[in-house]
Design a binder for this molecule. Sequence first.
Ligand SMILES: Cc1cc2nc3c(=O)[nH]c(=O)nc-3n(C[C@H](O)[C@H](O)[C@H](O)COP(=O)(O)O)c2cc1C
Length: 331
Amino acid sequence: VWEGAAAAETAARASLRPEVFDWIACGSGDELTVAANTSAWHDLRLRPHVLRDVTNVDISCSLLGTVLPMPIAIAPTSRHDLCDPEGEIATARGAAAAGALFAVATGSERTLQEISTAAAGAPRWFQVYMARDRGWTRERVQEAVEVGCSAVVLTADVPVVSRRRSTGAGFVDAGRVRIELDPSVGLDAIAWLGSISGLPVVVKGLLRADDAERCVAAGAAGLIVSNHGGRQLDGAVATARALPAVVAAVGQAAEVYVDGGVRRGTDVLKALALGAKSIFLGRPVLWGLAAGGAPGVEAVLRGFAEELELAMRLAGCTSLRELDSDLLAVV
Ligand SMILES: Cc1cc2nc3c(=O)[nH]c(=O)nc-3n(C[C@H](O)[C@H](O)[C@H](O)COP(=O)(O)O)c2cc1C
């Protein structure tokens, strides 16, 4: 029985080494942005419709042309081996069982080939960091193309790694592979990644409308409004607050997604009402993995999907097309 993301977090805490749990939970600096991400979803209030037929609810969606059963995807996070001995292989199985999109991180412990085999036909994107050694990045991207990833996700909010309360036993988001991040990366990386992969490029980690416009002009097909789960610039605006301006600036020119602090189906509903095409889950997926392996990941994804369906019924909505900002109260 799904009891919510908070229960999954409690279960994960019980099964993880304290330093690993802390490394997952922590943010940068004073963790202002970690706290702001969740509270910003809470602060939004819904204006439900009543007396509408909500017998059948459809939460399927399409991301960059791929039809998915739910607008709930797995954000790229590194080192899944710290949560489960099978690491990303278990995550991939859980994602495939739920039919959810899995954005595989550069800092994965298992190889892309292994992860792709485990995901068996389920959609996968590949998250990339720009290394000083462009040849290294090019090889990773080419590997992603070979194993069938359908988009490249460029993480834009890590020109350098921030200072975090917990660096665990020296785990970094880049994982076991030591990547020498290139702080000089600019907008031209978007076209470069597109040209070497032939895949759509999604930019992850922006919070501003002007950056969104520049990224789209530089060739981005999708944008993930994100502050890295509060792990980079502490004090950065909550993603729920940054999302509307990005959606307004981009219009139909690119797809906009969001992550950060999404912990309930009602948060997903709010994100979609603000114009996101999908949300991504970071920590909740790691909690599911830690507590229950592949079935634990599947349970988290299905749990969020169930909560979203319930929230839609209670809000009088039956398809994602009906969701817009009219569903939100100005508070
Ligand atoms: C343990 C951990 C590792 C992460 N590793 C990466 C990474 O390798 N690449 C990346 O783009 N984002 C990484 N992120 C950020 C997530 O993709 C995502 O933006 C964030 O976790 C979403 O917030 P949430 O955890 O509140 O759902 C990581 C986050 C966590 C918690």
